[in-house]
Design a protein around this ligand. Sequence first.
Ligand code: UD1
Length: 417
Amino acid sequence: MSKLYINGGSRLSGELIVHGAKNSVLPILAATILCKGECVIHNCPNLSDVDSSVRILEHLGCSCRREGSTIVINSDGLSRFDIPDELMQEMRSSIVWLGAIAGRLGRARLSSPGGCELGPRPIDLHLSALGRLGMQIIDNHGYIDCVAKGRLRGNDIHLAFPSVGATENIMLAAVYAQGKTVISNAAKEPEIVDLQNFLNRAGARICGAGNDKIIIEGVRSLHGAEHTVIPDRIVTATYMSAASVTGGEVLLKGVLSEQLLSVISVFGEMGCDVSYSHNEIKLSAPHRLSRFSGVQSLVYPGFPTDAGPLIVAAATVAQGSSMFIENIFENRYKYIGELRRLGAKIKTADRVAVIDGVDRLSGARVNSTDLRGGAALIIAGLAAHGKTEIDKIFHIDRGYENIEENLRQLGADIKRK
Ligand code: UD1
């Protein structure tokens, strides 16, 4: 099992092109099974979660080929409605296949996703919404069986919480439903808009994504489509944070800066000079970061929960005391114990983390606990004096393509062995 080895203290400087968004490409790959003919998806990052999605597509009977960052999918041979346990366990977000498979075949069988590294992983909103479209759901010894009697029927669905995955599942299942589906209190994240854009290119009739009401008019068939996945806003935030803790400067290209305003404002508060145009963000960090006063994770356009660990890592070496509140996931602070091994001073109580910036972190052996927590350890390792060794980096590989090569290109002393 390989590890990352960082010799901290180098100032990062240079430019990078940000890869496609993991959280967009996964539901879009699931959506390709609704289309007859060939779908061509550009800007697919090379990530283990994307590989897992391709394995699911192939298991279902679809053909897939990768040409660089493009994946070409033909789902005309789709012959199965089940996803076995081992494929489900590879990806935290595999529940999104439920709506896609059931939408296409009127039947789906998935193993229950169970818990995850961010805490319990309820899917009640997904299941009750699919029930409202006419799907009968049976919890069958660890398997979820969905069966539709005839064509699904559009309905009004109010989400008690604007869940990203549940909104995507409803969109996927409702595309072929008879009549109109209206999702209220829908998630507004940019990845939902990207899914709508892909589905509409394939012939769907969806409007409203990006607002809290999404309307889906059911259609009889979708055709193949070509689509370019949006850039990854959390990867962008990661490189901003990595540069910020080293007093560095980074120009990030191919981004959509309007999706990152909440993140940009926090780095501004920490004393970074952040300038941006539509597709580029340039961050220049001071010699030492300042504290941020209070940041809390919220649904979009609020501060993203996935960027929480990235700014907590930056705050460990800032001047003064910062406070972060995690509102979306219950159990997102496991990585903080690992940051403490590097000398970070962080207190947590329930959802609140108070970070007292220290003059210096020192390198240590640590374990990734989850994807963004792993990225936080890289950031802290870059800031630390001495050598940091990060184990369990498979978590990091779920969401970052070539992270050590990119950081090396910026001047970091980091290698994988
Ligand atoms: C997606 C993202 C993830 C991000 C999250 C919030 C993907 C692949 N993952 O995850 O990176 O952190 O959005 O922006 O896109 N909940 C319920 N019942 C449900 C569903 C969700 O209680 O049926 C709760 C969850 O436990 C959590 C909250 O709602 O506390 C948010 O979850 P959700 O928006 O569904 O996140 P995901 O789609 O899983």
